[in-house]
Design a protein around this ligand. Sequence first.
Ligand SMILES: C[S@@+](CC[C@H](N)C(=O)[O-])C[C@H]1O[C@@H](n2cnc3c(N)ncnc32)[C@H](O)[C@@H]1O
Length: 190
Amino acid sequence: MSWKNDQVNEKETKRILELAESVLDVEGDFVEFGCYKGDTSLLLQEILVKSDVEKSAKRLWIYDSFEGLPEKGSQDESVLGVLFKSGELAVTKREVKQRFLKAGLPVPVIKKVWFADLTEADLPERIAFAFLDGDFYESIKDSLKLVVPRMSEGGVVAVHDYTNPALPGVKRAVDELGIKNNKKFRIELL
Ligand SMILES: C[S@@+](CC[C@H](N)C(=O)[O-])C[C@H]1O[C@@H](n2cnc3c(N)ncnc32)[C@H](O)[C@@H]1O
């Protein structure tokens, strides 16, 4: 499948895929918080399909409001102003599902939900690879709180936009939760 994504650049995508491939032998599933159109999700699913882990039933779980971005909070204000408005990046769950079918890939577990409303049953028990791409402070904080307790030893949490000056809430959320020096899993800040 070719790389094409208006949200994550090629270099970042390559790194995400490299990281995901590096944890194929780690216990647990793959998750993506903020899948949008599913560009990265398709590539993650392709990795799972091509690998032997398909036999061990490693699954991909993807989450999105499918109503676009929520309201920005005060932690998200940046000098770059009005970029990233609420409701932006809305697509339907159906469209995303269709993309998997069209690509001949198994449809992952797709949850239409605000991250803050997720319950235990909506998440895999163990996670080997998590890609967090919710753009805003509350979204990253909510997803980290769900993912961290489920991370397997040796797994990877990749957080997008940590260094993006237009989305300062991402760095704030990660730094506040104090997880960068944990010894259990690796955290990659893209
Ligand atoms: C930058 S896009 C994701 C891009 C995608 N990861 C990719 O690689 O193409 C951010 C997505 O996060 C979703 N999102 C942000 N905050 C959310 C929240 N709190 N709950 C649910 N979805 C959220 C938005 O709807 C949007 O689709």
